[in-house]
Design a protein around this ligand. Structure first.
Ligand code: ADP
Ligand code: MG
Length: 244
């Protein structure tokens, strides 16, 4: 990681939850089947893995191997067909819907493959959408710092349709980081970026480890140079756990 990046962005040591940042993310025999009248896809098959607190885990594999499906299961955006996801001792995947929503809001952050920005909010306002209080000066300042680190500070007052696809992706990355979540789930952050911008984005994403765990899906191994652990998927199965 570039030393300057760490030094420039200030990070509050506040913890919104006493357990925050100390919990293992774990799944056991996780399975996801997509069943339609015409086909049946076993997108994730009996995957068991464990991700240590404050670590950076990468999920790699060819297109269609189940990376996004696994990320959505781990982050609770999809309900498994079988198996379970645990955050510490909490069996998150089977919790009642309201508990899940509340837990997700308090502890999880997401960066989807498509940036999904709100068209009538500025780039800065989009970053602040998940912040607990949009007018909190500390959040505002942090959002601006993140835009700066991502090289798009000058676009803060622009609307998404005035920005390029890669710039919108970077705004969505700042939006994922702004709440300092205990777990940040990121799907293919560098897919639409040039190599230099991709590396810069990964450096900024790595700052997440000061607050919690970072889980990144990518098909580009080079983006995992700072990762603690890699999980390789093929045909829905976890075929290898490796040290990137
Ligand atoms: P990856 O992210 O590695 O490209 P995905 O998790 O998106 O893989 O997909 C895994 C498999 O599940 C693929 O065969 C894909 O076609 C299938 N799949 C993904 N989403 C759906 C869906 N909503 N309905 C049916 N099949 C799906
Ligand atoms: Mg995918």
């Amino acid at each position: 990681m570039e030393a300057g990046v760490t030094a420039k962005v200030r990070h509050s040591s506040e913890t919104r939850n006493p357990e925050s940042g100390t919990r293992v993310l774990r799944c056991e025999q996780l399975t996801l089947d997509y069943i339609t009248p015409r086909s049946q896809t076993h997108a994730v098959r009996h995957v068991s893995l464990e991700i240590a607190p404050h670590s950076f885990a990468g999920i790699v594999g060819p297109s269609g191997s189940g990376k996004t499906s696994l990320l959505y299961l781990l982050s609770g955006l999809k309900t498994p067909s079988g198996g379970a996801v645990y955050v510490g001792d909490f069996r998150y995947s089977d919790a009642p819907a309201n508990d899940k929503i509340d837990f997700r809001r308090r502890h999880f952050g997401f960066v989807f493959q498509q940036p999904f920005l709100v068209p009538y909010l500025t780039m800065l306002e989009n970053v602040l959408v998940p912040a607990h209080d949009h007018h909190e000066p500390a959040d505002m300042e942090y959002a601006q710092e993140l835009l700066d680190e991502l090289g798009i500070a000058a676009l803060a007052a622009k609307f998404p349709n005035e920005c390029s696809g890669g710039e919108r992706v970077r705004a969505s990355i700042a939006r994922g980081l702004v709440t300092r979540p205990e777990f940040l789930f990121v799907d293919e952050p560098t897919a639409n970026l040039d190599l230099a911008t991709g590396k810069r984005v990964m450096e900024v994403l790595c700052l997440q480890r000061q607050h919690g765990t970072l889980v990144v899906v990518t098909h580009d191994l080079e983006m995992l140079s700072g990762a603690d652990v890699g999980f390789r998927m093929r045909d829905g199965e976890l075929i290898e756990t490796f040290r990137p």
